[in-house]
Design a protein around this ligand. Structure first.
Ligand code: SF4
Length: 384
């Protein structure tokens, strides 16, 4: 039944950007579609495309049990319902073919890297100096999947080379996202990650994003680029200093300004739009500080990848709920037009989270902005 009770379709026609924001707030009830719990990437995430737009969403957390959204596999394929009303057809990726393979030393490929829609992702060092002590990031689950035996502590460059080639050839992977736990070395793990990128490039030719904490010596960026990394992510997580200090105490010791300094140097090396930062919403941040920080980053050529928090079961923030959709949308509407005016957006990013954009709604709002004020609506497939 439509909200106005007359069965008309017009009042239930969902706006695509709004729908993505709501999916990421409430999650989707669905049977197992190949997601993983724990880890540093989009863990506890279901993944699908709606109208060609990639989206990841919570599906394993307790709050998802009350979500109005249900994904059902029917004869005609996967369908997305809200309160019993079919909204759209969805494309759910099949289990990647490369997951059936094992490395020469007997490790299943899925323990080396995971395919997030069309992006292969791996945490090259699955341990972090902050884990298990007072410096641990509250939103992070990096060692949970390791403790559960779903991955291995260190991925070797040759292993990643094998997996990336197979993911490209068998499953159509278009890029590789490499992240790493932090270590105490001056490069913060960036050089080992770059060694992995080099092997991947030589094997598959896929573009690579490297994610790490800002190194102590910023001249390391030149080496990282020469070794094959195309884009980098150095994640400030929140532009609100109080929140940054509370939720990422280890990283925050260097202060937010250290991130701006590192980004400035990285943009010189990798180019405008090839440097990004996660900006997580829903941890108590000041909206104005958040929007101002995003605009300052954009002015420097940095892509602020704004995402609602997806609390990972087992992480310190596991009981938090994702933030209200209206708040998330209001942030996108402050950041995305500014980004578009700056001359770069997610389509300019060569590799990584900002290129894929499935964990954010920014891509949908970028499209809306590109199309002027005309919002992109989903077709109504059926009104029950
Ligand atoms: S720095 Fe923080 S987010 Fe990154 S791996 Fe370590 S604990 Fe997790």
């Amino acid at each position: 039944m439509s909200p106005n009770g007359d069965g008309s379709a017009a009042d239930v026609k969902p706006d695509l950007g709004k729908l993505l924001v709501e999916l990421q707030r409430y999650g989707v009830q669905v049977e197992d579609i190949g997601a993983r719990t724990g880890g540093a990437g989009p863990s506890d995430a279901g993944m699908m495309w709606i109208e060609g737009i990639p989206v990841t969403f919570p599906f394993g957390a307790e709050f998802v049990a009350t979500s109005p959204f249900i994904l059902r596999e029917e004869e005609s394929g996967w369908q997305l319902y809200r309160d019993g009303q079919r909204l759209a057809a969805a494309t759910v990726p099949p289990r990647p073919k490369c997951y059936e393979l094992t490395t020469a030393d007997g490790i299943p490929y899925w323990k080396i890297a995971l395919l997030h829609l069309d992006s292969l992702a791996s945490t090259v060092i699955q341990t972090c100096v902050y884990w298990g002590n007072e410096d641990q990031c509250h939103f992070c689950g990096i060692e949970l999947s390791l403790e559960a035996g779903r991955t291995i502590p260190v991925k070797r460059p040759w292993q990643l080379a094998e997996v990336s080639k197979a993911a490209k050839e068998l499953d159509g992977a278009v890029d590789v996202t490499l992240t790493t736990g932090t270590n105490n070395a001056p490069d913060k793990g960036a050089l080992y990650l770059a060694k992995c990128a080099k092997a991947i490039k030589e094997s598959s030719g896929l573009p690579v994003q490297g994610q790490f904490e800002p190194p102590d010596d910023l001249s390391v960026f030149e080496q990282v680029k020469e070794m094959g990394v195309d884009s980098v992510g150095m994640h400030v997580e929140s532009f609100d200093p109080e929140v940054f200090a509370r939720v990422a105490p280890g990283k925050a010791k260097r202060g937010i300004e250290a991130y701006f300094t590192a980004w400035e140097k990285a943009v010189e090396v990798f180019g405008e739009g090839q440097v990004s930062t996660y900006v997580i919403l829903g941890m108590g941040e000041d909206p104005k500080l958040t929007a101002d920080g995003c605009r300052r980053a954009i002015d420097m050529g940095v892509y602020p990848f704004v995402v609602p928090i997806r609390p990972i079961p087992g992480s310190i923030l596991q009981d938090l709920l994702p933030p209200p959709p209206d708040y998330v949308e209001s942030m996108y509407r402050q950041v995305v037009p500014y980004l578009k005016q700056s001359g770069f957006d997610s389509s300019s990013v060569k590799a990584g989270c900002a290129r894929c954009n499935a964990c954010s709604g920014m891509g949908a709002f970028e499209r809306e902005e590109s199309n002027g004020s005309s919002r992109r609506n989903l077709p109504i497939l059926q009104v029950s």
